[in-house]
Design a protein around this ligand. Structure first.
Ligand code: GAP
Length: 451
């Protein structure tokens, strides 16, 4: 586990996981770009999630909806009126603060909380000046569709992927023949005009979510909530988030988002403090009911009247497990980072999500017969895995370099390879080496990486 965020930021920049956004123009406040290794890691996280929660289950289907939706969606969901953070401005230096900066949760809108925090936090932490009365600041990110920049063309980038699942509920029902309980899953970008983005990729204005809206009968909400609580813990284990540093927090009623009857936050011990990683909420039938009201369309579910069920019609209730992709990646990097051995820094990433699964080296670069044999191994493995090639410096330096980016296995082609068609396979975590026949490499690595 890493002890300072600076180590992660530096490794990410140095090795091409994450760069400051628009860097050659001096950057853009708290925007970040994922580099060649970052995009691999992020894609692997998303693919693993999809495999586990969509392809791995019979009761789940996927969706990929537009980022910009009809503004009426946000009226009905309550985001235009409720998705606020309290913003206070210093009368002296004009610094702006999010008043509920304690960040126990991402929960919004709690007026009682806002008022209490205000009394405690009425001084500017920048210059000590007085803070003016806070205003509610709406986090929706606005833009215009079409040439005229007027209110009739105002639209919003979605602040969560969730609403698209409610808006498409009827479409999914009509086209998939799913019956309750079932879920809709989506991975995609979300945008929030955050007052205080920061802590690297922890809080940004543009980020990605992986969300599930799981539609149930009202009286089963407790057992389904418990099911998803366990699934979320299982996910964290799968991707190598250190559970010793995960805390489940029951969010009290006054701090919950406007739609929620129960919320658990999963917090993680990031190096900059304990902060929300994921959330699990019981959204009741709030969303479908409101979208039915807003759209005039019937969004109820009808039980099949096949003799075993009643044929009754109702708004399903919803359990919503939600994951931030960027926060997942950050928690995974923090958990995997290990510099306790002074001779090397290792990212102990789960092989399933490591950017490169394996690296191939010729023992010496200036021996064409070794390079040729190594290239053959490299090209063969590339059909199955994401493989790195490295022929710079000595083998020790190459190991160091691969350890630092989390490559679980390194293969060296040496003179013995030319005689007996075997190579050495070195394990990142134990540093032990085994000799394996080239013809057996693919099965050997598949077993190690995917089992
Ligand atoms: N649909 C419910 C919802 O959006 P949320 O707690 O506001 O709930 C869900 O957001 C997850 O999205 C959070 O647990 C976090 O992982 C991620 N997230 C929220 N705001 C974020 C931000 N500004 N930057 C990065 N990730 C964010």
């Amino acid at each position: 586990m890493v002890d300072s965020i600076d180590k992660i930021v530096s490794l990410c920049k140095r090795r091409g996981f994450v760069y400051p956004g628009s860097e050659i123009y001096g950057g853009l406040a708290n925007s970040w770009d994922y580099g060649p290794l970052g995009v691999e890691l992020k894609n692997n996280i998303k693919q693993l999630w999809w495999k586990k929660f969509v392809h791995g289950r019979d009761d789940m289907v996927g969706l990929d909806a537009a980022l910009i939706m009809n503004p009426k969606v946000w009226e009905a969901s309550g985001h235009l009126s409720n998705f606020n953070d309290p913003l206070a401005e210093c009368v002296k230096c004009h610094s702006r603060f999010r008043v509920d900066e304690h960040d126990k949760s991402e929960a919004r809108n709690s007026k009682s909380e806002t008022n209490t925090k205000l009394q405690n936090k009425n001084k500017c932490s920048n210059c000590g000046g007085n803070l003016a009365e806070p205003k509610q600041f709406n986090l929706m990110l606005k833009t215009f569709l079409g040439p005229a920049e007027d209110s009739s063309n105002t639209v919003y980038f979605r602040p969560e992927t969730a609403q698209a699942m409610f808006v498409n509920f009827k479409n999914v029902l009509d086209t998939t023949r799913k019956t309750i309980p079932f879920g809709i899953a989506q991975i995609g970008k979300a945008f929030r005009n955050e007052i205080t983005p920061g802590n690297f990729i922890f809080r940004t204005r543009e980020f990605e979510q992986m969300e599930i809206e799981y539609f149930i009968k009202k009286d089963t909400w407790q057992e389904n909530f418990e099911h998803w609580r366990k699934e979320m813990l299982g996910w964290m284990e799968d991707v190598g988030i250190d559970l010793k540093h995960v805390h489940e927090i029951e969010i009290p009623a006054e701090d919950r988002a406007h739609y929620s009857k129960r919320t658990i936050d999963f917090e993680f011990d990031f190096p900059f403090g304990r902060k929300e990683l994921y959330g699990l909420a019981y959204r009741t039938d709030f969303d479908l009911k409101n979208h039915e009201k807003g759209s005039g369309q019937n969004l109820k579910y009808r039980e099949q009247g096949d003799g075993t069920s009643s044929g009754e019609e109702y708004w399903p209730h919803v359990i919503e497990p939600t994951w931030g992709v960027d926060r997942s990646l950050l928690a995974i990097l923090c958990s995997a980072y290990d510099d306790t051995d002074s001779s090397r820094t290792v990212l102990k990433l789960s092989p399933k999500i490591a950017p490169y699964k394996v690296a191939v080296f010729p023992l010496m670069k200036n021996k064409p017969e070794l390079v040729e044999a190594a290239r053959k191994v490299y090209v063969g493995l590339k059909k199955e895995f994401v493989v790195a090639w490295d022929d710079r410096g000595n083998v020790g330096k190459r190991y160091y370099s691969q350890d630092e980016i989390g490559t679980p296995y390194c293969i060296t082609v040496d003179f013995q390879t030319l005689e007996d068609e075997t190579v050495t396979v070195r394990d990142r975590d134990t540093t032990t080496q085994e000799r394996i026949k080239i013809s057996e490499l693919q099965n050997y690595l598949s077993d190690k990486i995917y089992s």
